[in-house]
Design a protein around this ligand. Structure first.
Ligand SMILES: Cc1cc2nc3c(=O)[nH]c(=O)nc-3n(C[C@H](O)[C@H](O)[C@H](O)COP(=O)(O)OP(=O)(O)OC[C@H]3O[C@@H](n4cnc5c(N)ncnc54)[C@H](O)[C@@H]3O)c2cc1C
Length: 421
């Protein structure tokens, strides 16, 4: 059986980023690498977005970069500048293509489908396959999960720009809708995320934070509701009961788009270019320490727990490994700054407080009518700090004074309660 100096298990974002970084810096000229990846084909399966607070290797895979983003609370839209740290979106299809084309030129790199095909006793392993329960089987841990579609319309997309629903304007392709709580479904943590590529091409995603899929959220409702408010489909498309699983969302959307008895619902003909459905674990999986192994990516705790952002942490981790590759068995593990782990743990406890309220059956009706906005308020208050401060805070780059400026904005009582929870 063939042996390699290094083995990367999982050729996804972290595995390929690391292999590319090593290859780019000639660390594989005299060393061999096996990449073990179980998928049969690579195609676009994710869009990775982030504020560009550090340089990265994938500028040529950026689909669009924005200097402006907004958050919206149902009453007010607040714009924030991202001129210093643009918000970028990477097309995973371009990312895979670029990396695979490069790696295939290096004779020291081989690809395998299964780890059993190689001998690993003397290799150093970079593992990116997290050992976690599947999202839909996990009722204990928090997950950020989402369902998104990239649509392309015939006419420009119109949106409400004021609470006067009659006033519509073309969607602004220069501003990302980072968190739009407008169509929020009561007492859940959910918001709409919008990446406007042009006035006619938009990525629209409904994003949720729940413990597993304890109750399957009504993704469809939010997607169709937004298509209606954008004047793409008519109100009549809402007839009947809303199915609660996303396969049925697909079916209903397809039916509308293909005009199978439903084209009368369409006001602005559209096609769906791409669909994204996924879940990010908002917890760090625990592993036993192994002498000859480092975990990378989601498995290597690179996810920022309060936001799900992982991509740039993966890039920093890859650089760290490349710089220390000659001494990789002895070097200290790369970790996110402890202070962010502390803040995020506190944030997760605030979620927990919310859960307590939600599962309190006796007060459930009362609770629903009170419409819990705690999490929404935390984010909105955070965004009342200067844009660059918030961006740096959410991207693990804030200094002590910037942290303080965010902390002072937070609802004190809620966080003190969470601290002692
Ligand atoms: C849909 C989606 C959108 C996201 N969007 C963003 C974003 O906008 N910004 C951001 O910062 N983060 C985002 N994330 C979070 C994070 O950046 C991604 O999950 C990222 O892909 C994590 O990289 P990874 O290498 O850890 O995992 P993956 O990219 O999932 O790679 C793991 C690889 O392991 C392979 N594999 C699995 N089991 C085996 C096995 N037994 N043997 C061999 N191979 C195996 C898989 O096929 C996969 O290719 C998103 C996550 C998802 C799911």
């Amino acid at each position: 059986m063939k042996e390699f100096d290094y083995v990367i298990v999982g050729g996804g974002c972290a595995g390929l980023s690391l292999a590319y970084e090593l290859d780019l810096h000639q660390k594989l000229d005299n060393k061999t690498l096996a990449i073990v990846e179980s998928r049969t084909e690579y195609k676009k399966d994710k869009t990775w977005s982030f504020w560009k607070v550090i340089p990265h290797n994938f500028e040529d895979c950026v689909k669009k970069s924005w200097d402006l983003f907004y958050v919206e609370d149902g009453e007010k839209r607040t714009h924030h500048s991202a001129r210093k740290y643009p918000y970028q979106t990477i097309d995973s299809g371009l990312f895979y293509k670029k990396i695979l084309n490069t790696l295939k030129k290096n004779k020291n790199i081989r690809f395998f489908k299964n780890i059993k095909e190689i001998k690993t006793t003397n290799s150093f392993i970079f593992n990116s396959v997290p050992k976690v329960k599947k999202f839909n089987k996990d009722g204990e841990n928090y997950w950020q999960h989402f369902y998104g579609i990239e649509i392309e319309t015939k006419k420009g997309i119109e949106e409400d720009t004021s609470q006067m629903a009659y006033e519509k304007e073309l969607i602004n392709p220069e501003a990302v809708g980072l968190m739009d709580f407008n169509d929020k479904i009561r007492s859940w943590i959910n918001f709409i995320y919008i990446l406007p590529f042009t006035e006619k091409k938009v990525f629209l995603e409904t994003t949720w934070i729940t413990k597993g899929n304890r109750s399957i959220p009504p993704y469809e409702h939010q997607i169709l509701d937004r298509l209606w408010s954008w004047n793409i489909i008519s109100r009549a498309a809402f007839k009947g009961n809303f199915p609660r699983d996303d396969k049925k969302v697909d079916r209903r959307l397809n039916k509308i788009m293909e005009g199978r008895g439903s084209s009368k619902f369409v006001r602005n003909p559209f096609k769906v270019n791409y669909k994204e459905h996924g879940a990010i674990p908002l917890f760090h999986p625990v592993y036993e320490k192994k002498e000859n192994q480092i975990n990378i990516g989601t498995a290597g705790h690179m996810t920022r727990l309060s936001t799900g952002y992982t991509f740039l942490n993966i890039q920093e981790h890859s650089k760290y490994i490349r710089k220390n590759i000659e001494n990789i068995r002895n070097v200290e593990l790369f970790k996110q700054d402890k202070k962010y782990l502390f803040y995020d743990k506190l944030f997760m406890k605030v979620l927990e407080l919310k859960e307590v309220a939600f599962t309190d059956e006796i007060r459930r009706d009362d609770y629903l009518s009170r419409y819990d906005n705690r999490i929404q308020n935390i984010f909105l208050k955070m965004f009342s700090s200067p844009s660059n401060t918030v961006i740096k805070f959410l991207s693990n780059k804030s200094n002590f004074y910037e942290d303080l400026s965010i902390i002072f904005k937070m609802p004190k009582l809620t966080f003190i309660k969470a601290l002692f929870y």
